[in-house]
Design a protein around this ligand. Structure first.
Ligand SMILES: *Cc1c(COP(=O)(O)O)cnc(C)c1O
Length: 291
């Protein structure tokens, strides 16, 4: 189910190679395929239920929904209370996850933290819990496989780049590829928070570089320059996600970092609803200008 496909693009006079992990599967691709690799390889008889929790537009949620669907496992997903708009949406990750049979449970703000903490305490042998965003030591195995694929490309390039949420991907990739530099960027919270998240999983190796963006971006907010770089990358021939990839691309270009293999982290299924939000915003802006 893996891919060795590469794309080459040029931006601002710099050439980049891209490892197309987005092509692995439409719903279970990119770094979620890597992080869930061990679970994907697990025989279906081993479990009958997967539990996870987190955001309602999460790519990890959709990947798990697809995985559970393929394995014939039940999938329970806990979130904080969701809006009516979200419940009725016919696009986006939440909608698609429900169509794969995900069972959604809402928890009130007050009990959320405590309830999530208690989940791991009451598991039977047939149930597996995946922590938010797939941040799990089990992700190590899948990133070793990715590292091996990168080595087997036999490129002159000795640096890779991939964006971070929990940092699980970049961290374990750096561990598995000590002879490469691994560039990443914090997309959820700042660099200090990212380091904290990483250290909870494993020590941060010397070959991992966390780049500082020119400006502090807030996760899942809309930025004109994000849409702009998304369009430039699209024109160059590759579609990227609108949550993680833009900050890293903008920073690679701003710092003029050359000789990089970009590991496509997938997440394209979320673009539908993000593009809708950008369109709504553009409409509102036009209205304001008219007034
Ligand atoms: C989940 C995700 C990330 C972040 O991965 P981490 O391992 O949590 O750092 C990056 N890009 C995309 C598209 C994702 O869906």
């Amino acid at each position: 189910m893996s891919t060795q496909e590469l794309s080459k693009i040029e931006l601002e006079g710099i050439e980049f190679l891209i490892k197309r992990d987005d092509l692995i599967d439409p719903y279970l691709s990119g770094n979620k395929y890597r992080k869930l690799y061990t679970l994907i390889q697990t025989p279906k008889e081993k479990y009958n239920k997967i539990i996870s929790y987190g955001g309602t537009q999460s790519n990890a949620m959709l990947s798990l929904a697809k995985l559970a669907h393929d394995k014939g496992w039940e999938f329970l997903y806990y979130t904080k209370p969701i809006s009516k708009v979200m419940r009725e949406q016919r696009v986006g990750n939440f909608y698609h996850s429900l169509s794969f049979g995900m069972q959604h449970r809402e928890l009130s703000e007050e009990i959320y933290k405590e309830f999530i903490a208690s989940l791991s305490l009451n598991l039977d042998a047939k149930t597996y819990i995946v922590h938010q965003g797939g941040a799990d030591r089990g992700a190590k195995e899948g990133l070793k496989v990715l590292a091996e694929e990168i080595r087997n490309l036999n490129l002159d390039i000795k640096a890779v780049a991939t964006p971070s949420g929990t940092g699980t991907t970049a961290l374990f990739l750096a561990h598995a590829l000590p002879e490469y530099r691994v560039y990443t960027i914090a997309c959820v919270g700042g660099s200090d928070y990212l380091k904290e998240q990483m250290r909870a999983l494993a020590p941060i190796p010397e070959n991992l570089t966390i780049l500082e963006p020119k400006k502090r971006y807030h996760f899942a907010k809309l930025y004109g320059e994000f849409l702009d770089i998304y369009k430039r990358l699209l024109d160059a021939g590759v579609v990227f996600d609108l949550l993680y990839a833009p900050a890293l691309w903008l920073t690679l270009l701003e710092k003029r970092i050359e000789g990089v293999l970009y590991i496509h982290s997938g997440g394209l299924s979320g673009n539908e609803s993000m593009l809708e939000r950008y369109r709504e915003k553009a409409k509102r802006t036009r209205k304001c200008k008219k007034l």
